[in-house]
Design a binder for this molecule. Structure first.
Ligand code: CTP
Length: 412
């Protein structure tokens, strides 16, 4: 392999976790490909996986003794799971069964693999593979979402014939594409090191009285995924979040706000020192003119509320822009492109992420999104329906490229 084509995996330490699914045999090729790419591989097998493939196979392929139990150490380290967690640059679990995913989601550590996953502080990547019904079961989906929210990179299973003799989603993707995902992680790693990125997420709440507010359906998932993706690339990330029910992403400084005015103040006070601002929040354009001190009691007849304008935070950022890369969102229910392009120009953005929120599988409250990106230089990039975490990688990748180029050239 020449220096020109050197893989980003070269010299990396990969712990490959193999769990007990029929796809375990494919992990042999994954181990082999990782090694060919120059990575050092240590394999941990769960007990169930040894029914599908032997430890001897992995020992030959990886060149290291395979860890099959908590109680038979194979290295000189006293506390082996900690030693492996410290040694690793990446923990890749492929295939990951529903059982492994469930245990990891709740922090059970009852074997070497789950214990290592609990101790590790480097990126974790899992490739779920199982029967379609198990995969689609809400409990599995909720567990996968929990892991995603904690920063675990989930490689989507492929669709096709499953071992249970039916078509569906749940197949382990080809070993080559799993290894490509691992490689991608290292090739983009640290591309935002030293950069200060400000992200906003969630909706805002505009109080009417001590118990009521005007709000919107934003879950915050898109902004949280962006903050996590930027942090993974080494950025110093501040996330200004409206009221959401999501756990704080790891390695991100989270500032919780409630109203649009609070979000405005939190963002503006950090603007000068930011290299990029990604405004994924759904900010209320109006707020009640006055907030009642006591709960509003019902009267005979109708109640008329007077609303006043909130600041347009992004518009203000666009006007005050000096060196920052500025990214906006446009959630529309019709004429998506026209509205998005107008906002791109009016708010002086480098690019805008437009999506049609009238679709049930994109935008508010769901884990997937379908977006079209419009750039200030006229480029348009349409993306298929994908997980918000995957779209977040795309968005952060573009921000990283724009920062590298020294910001947008504003060729309207
Ligand atoms: N935005 C903002 N402050 C506001 C309203 C919106 O910073 N008061 C930002 C959002 O975070 C988003 C972008 O502006 O990145 C577009 O938001 P959107 O609600 O789609 O558009 P609006 O500018 O509010 O325009 P309209 O209500 O006409 O759709």
């Amino acid at each position: 392999m020449t220096e020109m084509t050197k893989s980003a995996l070269s010299g990396k330490h990969v712990v490959l976790g193999v769990t007990g699914g029929i796809a375990a045999y494919k992990a042999v090729e994954i181990a082999s490909r990782l090694r060919k790419a120059g990575a050092e591989v240590r394999v941990i097998m769960t007990r169930a996986s040894q029914n599908f493939v032997t430890a001897l196979t992995f020992r030959e392929i990886s060149g290291h003794a395979v860890i099959t139990s908590m109680w038979t150490p194979v290295t000189e380290a006293k506390v082996e799971h900690i030693a492996l967690a410290d040694w690793a640059d990446l923990v890749l679990v492929a295939p990951a069964t529903a059982n492994l995913i469930a245990k990891t989601a709740v922090g059970i550590a009852d074997d070497m693999l789950t214990t290592t996953l609990l101790a590790v502080r480097v990126p974790v990547m899992i490739a779920p593979a199982m029967n379609t019904d198990m995969y689609e079961n809400p409990v599995t989906q909720a567990n996968i979402e929990t892991l995603r929210q904690r920063g675990v990179i989930v490689i989507e299973p492929a669709s096709g014939w499953l071992a249970c003799n039916r078509m569906g989603k749940g197949r382990l993707p080809e070993p080559s594409s799993i290894v490509a995902e691992a490689e991608k992680l290292f090739s983009c790693q640290q591309s935002l090191a030293g950069r200060k990125i400000l992200v906003t997420a969630g909706g805002t709440e505009e109080p009417l009285d001590p118990v009521r507010f005007l709000g919107n359906r934003s879950s915050g998932r898109m902004g949280y995924a962006i903050a996590a993706a930027a942090a993974r690339r080494g950025a110093d990330v501040t996330l200004v979040a409206g009221p959401v029910t999501l756990p704080d992403p790891v390695d991100v400084n989270v500032i919780h706000v409630r109203t649009a005015v609070e979000m405005h103040d939190a963002v503006l006070s950090r603007y000068d020192m930011s290299d990029a601002v990604i405004k994924a929040a759904a900010v209320a354009d109006y707020r009640p003119e006055a907030v009642a001190t006591d709960k509003i009691k019902k009267q005979d007849g109708d109640l008329v509320l007077r609303l006043v304008r909130n600041p347009d935070i992004l518009l203000e950022l666009g006007q005050k822009k000096t060196h920052q890369v500025l990214v906006g969102f446009a959630a529309e229910t019709r004429d998506v492109e026209a509205y998005a392009r107008t906002k791109l120009v009016k708010k002086n953005l480098d690019f805008i992420v437009a999506n049609d929120v009238s679709r049930s599988d994109a935008g508010f409250g769901v884990s997937t999104n379908q977006a079209v990106l419009f750039f200030a230089d006229g480029r348009r990039e349409a993306y298929p329906l994908q997980e918000k975490s995957a779209l977040a990688e795309v968005i952060v990748g573009h921000v990283s490229n724009l920062l590298k180029q020294g910001g947008d050239k504003h060729q309207f």
